[in-house]
Design a protein around this ligand. Structure first.
Ligand code: FAD
Ligand code: SF4
Length: 604
């Protein structure tokens, strides 16, 4: 330990899923934790009513936009991510699934351990902490997705999503249902569909309502609007973390925090950007050459269908009433905007997963990024195909420009696959300084279109009497969109094969750690947040309590499976549904894994 004279024991860069879990679990183990977060702090009252309020929705602080949705074009991918206290959880669509089967057997990491059995208990813990529940109602969009499943010949694969939302009594405030009274009140979801513009009704279980909330209560410090710009080794041990006011052109208010250990949890883009910068400045001479490899888009496409008018069927129906006796609510949105952000899934094949997504009523700004759908592949350039599509169907194209009541008229389809394709992220000097860019990576080429995705969108369009739509970047410059960029700091047994070891320590720099989406080593085929949470639960469970001997093998040694180490001062009382425990038993239900302990479902 070199902690004497240091500002903190552990500095955590970023407060998303990886950062928030780290903050809570290390605070419970007696470490002094400081979280440095680039984004702003939000509460239900300060969130924007719709995403037309660009100043409070988009994150581009140098342009005066201080919201929470970050949009980044990285050469051949358009990336959506979050920036806020609570990271991507503020903007995300609440969906929390375990990965498809192929993830566990991916050759890049399957030889290191029997990961599925090792992770079981950490997924269970993550679900309890995030308050995962199955969506208890169906919406008009679900009827459309069910129809798509029928037409694709996979009706049996339709199922409601698992989401981190408190359903309870719609609109009714209740005492903390998860953490034995140590957590905040929750309000029952009113099904307004607005989750991706932040929940103004306090029903969404964002990280500032669970992990981060509890960490701060227990003494972790969270500094908002502080962007980390450098990390330097400190004379006498530890690190100097340099940070400044996010987005400042002048009066940057540059400061330093010294720490013994640093956890990079700045999200896939943020962590890679920092590590590349530090490498090029010579700060991390032993950093693995694998940095940037196995960067993946989750093999994703975002397509959809937009109807000409808002459908008449505008209310949601309770699929399985859970004691509230509720059918239909006051705050419920109209048309396809009704429900929570994602309400159901289908699986056209074992590698492909489609979810139905929506924005809330009035949040039509993202409709500006949608246009007539165009297939890819073949020898004809995508842009030329797009031009031909416009000429063939000019009225449909003009309709795609019309965003009035877009969210109520649109069924968005999020398509993810578990194939082994990837990009390699690199850092290059450009006209305006250094920037991240990509080149083809290991495995198959990253898909620029997914045929079954376009097929599903066309079926949906037919069913709602509308037009199939895709992203404007796909149609014009052949660039796919992803909200799930992962990888780039893969796990490997050695620095040749990975940036971090299986305990999430950076190879060559064992007091640095990576705990966020960049550590995901294979395509998941599902949304990544639950996996990031479970991975970080595991990584933190293997840290010793402060001052105790470290049971993890010395850096560079062979991987050894270890038992989790209980914290000296757990925050959640042992009788609470989300209490820390590693012995949950499970049952297989309908091909998906579920926790079986009744206390796991406080909403039941
Ligand atoms: C619109 C949308 C919907 C989504 N829906 C879902 C969903 O339903 N389910 C799901 O599983 N996933 C979803 N995702 C993806 C999910 O949000 C991310 O996978 C997840 O948040 C990644 O977690 P993380 O720990 O890697 O980091 P993040 O949650 O991305 O957090 C990283 C944090 O680090 C901060 N940061 C970055 N650089 C610095 C720096 N230099 N200094 C200080 N702080 C920094 C950022 O501001 C950010 O707050 C969605 C994403 C978007 C954009
Ligand atoms: S549907 Fe509305 S109330 Fe429910 S979680 Fe989403 S934003 Fe909150």
């Amino acid at each position: 330990m070199v902690s004497a004279g240091l500002d903190t024991d552990v500095a955590v860069i970023g407060s998303g899923f990886g950062g928030s879990v780290t903050a809570l679990r290390l605070t419970e183990k007696g470490y002094r934790v400081t979280v440095l977060e680039a984004g702003c702090r939000w509460d239900p009252g300060s969130l924007p009513a719709t995403n037309w309020n660009l100043r409070r929705y988009l994150w581009a602080p140098r342009l005066g936009l201080r919201g929470f949705q970050r949009l980044t074009l990285v050469k051949n991918i358009f990336v959506l991510s979050g920036a806020a206290v609570g990271g991507g959880s503020i903007v995300y669509a609440n969906t929390l699934y375990e990965p498809l089967d192929a993830y566990w057997s991916d050759p890049h990491w399957a030889h290191l351990s029997d990961w599925r059995s090792e992770y079981t208990t950490y997924y269970d813990q993550a679900k309890r902490m995030l308050g995962v529940a199955e969506v208890p109602f169906t919406t008009p969009s679900d009827d459309v997705l069910r129809g798509v499943a029928d037409d694709l010949g996979v009706p049996e694969t339709f199922h409601p999503t698992d989401v981190g939302v408190w359903f309870g009594q719609p609109g009714v405030r209740t005492g903390d249902p998860y953490f034995g009274g140590r957590g905040p009140d929750r309000v029952g979801c009113i099904r307004c569909g607005g989750c991706m513009t932040g929940c103004r009704f306090d029903a969404k279980n964002t990280l500032d309502r669970n992990y981060l909330f509890l960490a701060e209560q227990a003494g972790a410090e969270v500094a908002a609007e502080r962007t980390v710009v450098d990390v330097l080794p400190r004379c006498g041990g530890g690190w100097r973390i340099v940070h400044e006011r996010s987005g400042a052109w002048i009066r940057r208010d540059r400061r330093e925090t010294s720490a013994e250990q640093v956890v990079f949890a700045a999200g896939t883009l943020g962590t890679q950007k920092l590590l590349f910068t530090l490498r090029d400045r010579g700060r991390l001479p032993r950093l693995s050459p694998a940095l940037g490899s196995l960067t993946r888009t989750n093999s994703e496409a975002i397509v959809g269908a937009t109807a000409r008018r808002v459908p008449d069927t505008s209310t949601v129906e309770d699929a399985a009433p859970r004691g509230s006796g509720h059918t239909g609510t006051t705050g419920e949105a109209r048309g396809y905007a009704a429900g929570v952000a994602i309400t159901s899934s289908i699986h056209p094949d074992e590698h492909t997963h489609i979810e139905v997504v929506r924005y809330g009523e009035g949040s039509n700004a993202m409709g500006l990024l949608a246009t007539s759908m165009v297939d890819g592949g073949g020898r004809i350039p995508r842009a030329l195909r797009f031009a031909i599509t416009i000429l063939r169907r000019p009225v449909a194209f003009l309709r795609s420009l019309q965003v009035r009541r877009w969210s109520e008229r649109s069924v968005i389809l999020l398509v993810m696959q578990s194939f082994d394709n990837s990009l390699r992220m690199i850092r290059k000097r450009g006209l305006f300084g250094h920037r991240l860019t990509t080149r083809p990576g290991h495995g198959e080429q990253n898909p620029r279109w997914i045929p079954v995705a376009n097929q599903a969108a066309r079926v949906a369009a037919r069913r709602i009497d509308g037009d199939a739509v895709g992203s404007v970047f796909e149609a014009t410059i052949n660039v796919p969109t992803t909200a799930h960029l992962i990888g780039g700091c893969p796990i490997g047994g050695s620095p040749e094969s990975g940036v971090i070891d299986p305990y999430h320590r950076v190879h060559g720099h064992p007091n640095l750690h990576v705990c966020d989406g960049s550590a995901i080593t294979a395509n998941l085929g599902v949304n990544p947040a639950l996996t990031i949470t479970a991975m970080t639960e595991r990584a933190m469970a293997l840290w010793p309590n402060r001052g105790d001997e470290d049971p993890r093998p010395a850096p560079g040694s062979l991987y050894r499976r270890l038992d989790p180490i209980a914290p000296r001062a757990p925050v959640v009382p042992s009788h609470a549904p989300a209490a820390l425990r590693w012995d949950a038993c499970r049952t297989e239900a309908a091909g998906r894994t579920r926790t079986s302990n009744p206390s796991d479902d406080p909403q039941g």
